[in-house]
Every structure is written in structure tokens, then in C-alpha cells.
Design a protein around this ligand. Structure first.
Ligand code: ADP
Length: 237
């Protein structure tokens, strides 16, 4: 009888979180779509060219926003702790970090941030799922850039004993004591994130699942008002 009651309670809780999640993502998806539609409509009506570039820029920005939301949702189910879609292979960390750096350099520069890449001296081979590991590093760099108003972002790969330490350091707002336990939970968004409507609170939970699937652990050090460093270790081959 008690077991049955517990099952019903669990089911109700699951249903509730499903409803909250669905209403939240619908809202998240609708806002960039509304911006795209609005500016596309304006674009059709405008006869002079003056404002067109501005509208196209806004359309592109919202399309990128939508793309991030969709890709976060896909990664979250693909690399979740409950699925096993990993394809492990020998990969060079130098190459992977360089790829992520190249992708994000224009975005960091556009924000006026100094983006620095520090690579290990020699090719550093690890066994990893290249796509998953790139997603994890990408999410960390993307957060660092997103939450940092000014200063520096450092993406670094450093040999430490028989492992390589991969870290992303920023001069952003840092993480408060109360948030320490929450930031890796799926759908958790801090105050800074919620007010700006960027992302869905999935980024770090995806990183956690991926790094744990590689037999490691994602960790961070942070000082409020000064910045944060997210890091993890992988065994070198
Ligand atoms: P999202 O960025 O979509 O909100 P994440 O799962 O990537 O979701 O991050 C969860 C929360 O952790 C963010 O909402 C933010 O409050 C905090 N956070 C993540 N990265 C950083 C960072 N580099 N600096 C400060 N806060 C961060």
C-alpha cells in the first residue's frame, strides 16, 4: 500500500516537472521565433534600404539563439547519463582545443574580450568521444564568454603527470555559495542567466554527463566578482 502511494507520488512529481519543462521550453523557443517573424515582416514592408541590415542582423541573432536551444536539447538527450551513444577514439587535445578556440574567437572579440589559447607543447592524445568532448569544451567556453562582461577568457590544456588538465577561466561574475550545488542540475539557471534569457540551463548538466562518461569529473573554482575556472582531467595515452 505504502509502495503504491510512493509510486503515485513519484508519477505526479514526474508529470509536474514534465509540465513545467514543456511550458518553459515552449516559451524559450517562442521568443526568438517571434523576433525572427517580426523583423522578417518589417523587412518585406520596407522600401528603403537603410534599416534592412539592422533587421537582418536581428534575424540572424535570433536564429543563432534558436540554434543554441535546439542543439542543447539534442546534446542533452544524446549525451545523457542514461544513454550510451558514445563513440570512443584516440584524439589529439591540441587539435580539439584549437578548433573550439577558432570557432569562438570572433564571438569573444565582438564582445571586446581577450580570448587566449594555451596549448600543451606536444600532441596530447586521449581516448574520448570527439564530438562529445568538443560539446563539453564548447559549452564551458560559451558560458565563459556569455557571462563575462569584460576581461579575459583562457582556454588551456596542460600536462599534469600522466593526465591532461583542460580548463576554461574567465573574469566573469563568479558563482555564489548558494549556487554551487545547483549549477550542474539540468534546467537550473542562475539570476544572471534568467534575466537575459540565454540558454535553458542545460549547458553544464551536459558537460557533467559527458565528462563523467569519460571516467572523470567536472570541477570549478570561483570567486564572486572575480571570475571562475571550470576544469577536468583526462588520462593521456
Ligand atoms: P545556462 O547558461 O543556459 O543558464 P548552464 O547549465 O550552462 O545554463 O549554467 C547554469 C548556471 O550556472 C547559469 O545559469 C549561470 O548562473 C551559472 N554559470 C555557468 N557558467 C558560468 C560562468 N562561467 N560564470 C558565472 N556563472 C556561470
Amino acid at each position: 500500500m505504502k509502495e503504491q502511494k510512493n509510486l503515485v507520488k513519484e508519477k505526479t512529481l514526474l508529470e509536474e516537472s514534465k509540465t513545467t519543462f514543456l511550458s518553459r521550453i515552449s516559451h524559450e523557443f517562442l521568443s526568438p521565433v517571434a523576433v525572427i517573424k517580426g523583423y522578417a515582416n518589417l523587412l518585406i514592408k520596407r522600401e528603403d534600404d537603410l534599416k534592412k541590415l539592422d533587421y537582418i542582423e536581428k534575424i540572424l541573432k535570433s536564429t543563432t539563439h534558436l540554434e543554441t536551444l535546439i542543439s542543447d536539447l539534442i546534446s542533452s538527450s544524446k549525451f545523457s547519463a542514461y544513454t550510451h551513444t558514445y563513440n570512443f577514439d584516440h584524439i589529439d587535445i591540441q587539435e580539439l582545443l584549437f578548433d573550439v578556440y577558432e570557432e569562438f574567437l570572433p564571438i569573444a572579440q565582438e564582445k571586446g574580450l581577450n580570448f587566449v589559447l594555451r596549448l600543451p607543447e606536444y600532441p596530447s592524445v586521449v581516448i574520448a568521444d570527439p564530438q562529445a568532448l568538443k560539446t563539453a569544451v564548447t559549452n564551458l567556453v560559451s558560458n565563459a564568454i556569455k557571462y563575462t562582461r569584460e576581461g579575459k577568457i583562457i582556454l588551456e590544456g596542460k600536462k599534469e603527470g600522466s593526465s591532461i588538465k583542460i580548463s576554461v577561466t574567465d573574469t566573469g561574475p563568479g558563482i555564489s555559495q548558494e549556487e554551487i550545488k545547483l549549477i550542474f542540475k539540468p534546467y537550473y539557471q542562475g539570476k544572471i542567466s534568467r534575466t537575459k534569457e540565454v540558454g535553458m540551463g542545460l549547458g553544464l548538466s551536459i558537460v557533467k554527463d559527458i565528462i563523467e562518461a569519460h571516467g572523470s569529473k567536472i570541477e570549478f573554482k570561483s570567486e564572486l566578482g572575480k571570475g571562475s575556472t571550470f576544469y577536468f582531467y583526462l588520462k593521456l595515452v
